[in-house]
Design a protein around this ligand. Structure first.
Ligand code: SAM
Length: 227
């Protein structure tokens, strides 16, 4: 049984995909997808020994040995050419780390047709990486679970020219088209937090003017997006 967040990630995995789940921890996502018969196999990558052990246990407990291949590796180094991976999932990390993993693994991305990414923070940086490397955003979702709002970004390599403004990189080009209650909640929370930061730094003995200006500028953008 997947969390609401991972269930939404799973929905974006194409039927029959050859998937690599990078930073898989318990391998819950690949296990659920293979058990459901949606995908035939998966590579589950982990950089840390504890989570790698969790994956091995989960794979064995579900009788998925051979169908889910656990690999102890940094980022996309978990993927080998013979795997013929076409779908890569990286979920539950910061957007900057996800962008770094993609950046360092560009060789392994050669045959990959879809990236399904779930940054916990730092979405701007991640979208900027996608734009710079010509991955077009095909879908975006906000998922609210246990008082957290998670962002999911689906991207595919594009041969046609496209671009995103800084405004779109910040809020998500497709999320901006739909907005909706969770979008409003996410950015109202953000405004609330930033207002607190602004209060704090404005009250300092020597208020940092540049930082205050930058913060005010960003808050103005958010208010605009919420209109
Ligand atoms: N993907 C799962 C999910 O979304 O529920 C687990 C997320 S867990 C919070 C993040 C996992 O990423 C950790 O187990 C961590 O060890 C792993 N990780 C962090 N950096 C990594 C890297 N460079 N390569 C592979 N795994 C990494």
């Amino acid at each position: 049984h997947l969390s609401k967040r991972l269930a939404q990630v799973a929905e974006f995995v194409p039927q029959g995909a050859r998937m690599a789940d990078i930073g898989s921890d318990h391998a819950y996502l690949p296990a659920a997808l293979v058990l459901a018969g949606k995908i035939p196999m998966a590579v589950a990558g982990e950089v840390a020994a504890g989570p790698y052990q969790n994956m091995e246990n989960e794979i064995r407990a579900n009788g998925l040995t051979g169908q889910i291949v656990p690999r102890l590796a940094n980022g996309l180094a978990a993927i080998k050419p013979a795997d013929h991976i076409d779908t890569v999932v990286i979920a539950g990390m910061g957007g900057t780390l996800i962008a770094d993993i993609l950046d360092q693994g560009q060789d392994q991305l050669a045959g990959v047709k879809r990236l399904i990414l779930q940054p916990n923070v730092g979405e701007f940086r991640l979208r900027a990486w996608l734009l710079a490397h010509r991955y077009q955003i095909m879908a975006e979702r906000l998922v609210k679970e246990d008082d957290h709002i998670y962002e999911i970004i689906v991207a595919e390599p594009s041969l046609v020219p496209f671009s995103y403004s800084d405004y779109e990189l910040m809020f998500g080009p497709l999320l901006l088209e739909k907005k909706g209650p969770v979008f409003t909640e996410k950015w109202q929370d953000y405004l609330h937090r930033q207002a607190g930061v602004l209060d704090q730094i404005s009250g300092a003995k020597q208020p940092p003017r540049d930082k205050i200006k930058q913060l005010q500028g960003r808050m103005r953008l958010v208010k605009e997006a919420l209109n």
